[in-house]
Design a protein around this ligand. Structure first.
Ligand SMILES: Nc1ncnc2c1ncn2[C@@H]1O[C@H](COP(=O)(O)OP(=O)(O)OP(=O)(O)O)[C@@H](O)[C@H]1O
Ligand SMILES: [Mg+2]
Length: 242
């Protein structure tokens, strides 16, 4: 379980998080929405310990992240995949080498086992045919799949998804959402998904929370949220939202 309790964080001259409280139960996908610049990515960065709160606590399975040392953070990051916007692949490494990166950082696996694991996870995201290609020559949807494979290669218990469908057409987006739902259902991965997309929230979320003025202004199950007439729910999930 991921828990933020009463987190405050100031960056530069702005108070970004102010009393942010959030909990993501095991085995579910929690969708975090909110305006641009409201602190969604900042929230994810607290969970993997890139940022530390000024005040409040951030725990994963009861362990406080904000006070972890380098070694403890490395151990935590083995258990937590991170899908960056647009996949954030390295252009001069092949798809397979990009996917293998976290294994080199974390585990001293023999090369043959490493290759097997990479192929396994590429197959899972239906990209095994493209393992030798380089990022500049593959489509946006394929980049995201490769990013997802990289997030999954260490067999994490948690995956943080930062805008997994940004810039993708509705058909490719839907495939990515299905994949995210499968990762939950078949691998038992707990997910925290940042998105602006109503379709993403509905297709792969269990709960939805909306960040407003530094904290969750509203949260509930997908069903509660899409039927809510709260102004925040209407803004982000209402008829006009995509
Ligand atoms: N390391 C940093 N130093 C200073 N300011 C930062 C830093 N990281 C983020 N910010 C600021 O914090 C605010 C929140 O950023 P964040 O990236 O979390 O927004 P977001 O909700 O993810 O927005 P978007 O939907 O556009 O991705 C922004 O104003 C951003 O400029
Ligand atoms: Mg962001």
């Amino acid at each position: 379980m991921i828990e933020l309790r009463d987190v405050y964080k100031r960056l530069g001259s702005r108070q970004i998080l102010a009393g942010m409280t959030l909990s993501v139960a095991k085995g579910m996908n929690f969708v975090l929405m909110g305006p641009s610049g409201s602190g969604k990515s900042v929230t994810l960065k607290h969970i993997i310990g890139i940022l530390r709160p000024d005040q409040g606590s951030v725990t994963v399975d009861g362990q406080e992240v904000s006070t972890m040392d380098r070694g403890q953070l490395m151990t935590l990051r083995k258990r937590m995949g991170y899908l960056f916007q647009n996949g954030a692949l390295i252009n001069w490494l092949s798809v397979a080498d990009n996917v293998a990166l976290p294994l080199q950082e974390h585990a001293r696996l023999p090369k043959s086992e490493r290759d097997d694991r990479v192929q396994q996870v590429l197959k899972l995201v239906k990209l095994d045919h493209a393992s030798a290609q380089f990022p500049p020559s593959i489509s946006g949807g394929m980049k995201l799949r490769a990013g997802l494979a990289r997030a999954l290669v260490t067999n994490p218990e948690y995956v943080l998804y930062d805008e997994p469908n940004a810039g993708l057409d509705p058909i490719i987006s839907r495939q990515i959402h299905e994949l995210i739902a499968e990762v939950r259902d078949n691998l038992g991965v707990t997910g925290l998904i940042v998105t602006h997309s109503r379709a993403c929230a509905v297709q792969c979320g269990d709960r939805i929370g909306i960040l407003d003025q530094g904290k969750l202004g509203l949260q509930g199950t997908v069903d509660e949220m899409v039927h809510s007439d709260h102004p925040l729910a209407r803004d982000f999930l209402g008829g006009g939202a995509d």
